[in-house]
Ligand binder design. Structure first.
Ligand SMILES: [Zn+2]
Length: 135
């Protein structure tokens, strides 16, 4: 079963209908189990943030989990947390709950948006676990 695809399809539907149905919740619970509940908890607690930088239009998604901030790259379904790192290392290719939270919040329109000028880009990203440090 391809988790990425299941999540993408569910989020497209939520985005289109603006309804998060009980059926969808049931499906996502079956597939992701505890991770879905954790992700939904983060969304509802307002822990998914989207920084929008101007004038460049760059965006940075940040999800706060267990006291730390992680950067999620929606296009590649990548996250900077250890959980994601080890899952990929073990070739499990499973999504961490930060990515699930980011995808759900975007579909539901529940992300906290912060607009900033490009001059603060460095300041925001320097506080995050950097992707480069992993390589
Ligand atoms: Zn993560």
């Amino acid at each position: 079963m391809n988790e990425n695809k299941i999540l993408k399809v569910a989020c497209q539907e939520i985005g289109r209908t603006r309804i998060f149905s009980e059926d969808q919740k049931q499906t996502l619970t079956t597939v992701f189990q505890k991770r879905f509940q954790q992700a939904l908890g983060l969304v509802e607690a307002g822990k998914v943030r989207k920084y929008q930088f101007s004038p460049s239009g760059r965006t940075v998604w940040v999800v706060t989990g267990r006291g730390r901030d992680y950067q999620v790259l929606p296009d590649s379904l990548f996250c900077t947390c250890d959980d994601y790192y080890f899952r990929v290392m073990e070739h499990k290719k499973q999504l961490c709950y930060h990515i699930i939270a980011q995808q759900l919040s975007e579909a539901m329109g529940k992300q906290n948006i912060t607009e900033m000028s490009d001059s603060r880009y460095q300041e925001v990203t320097s506080k995050l676990t950097t992707i480069a440090a992993r390589e």
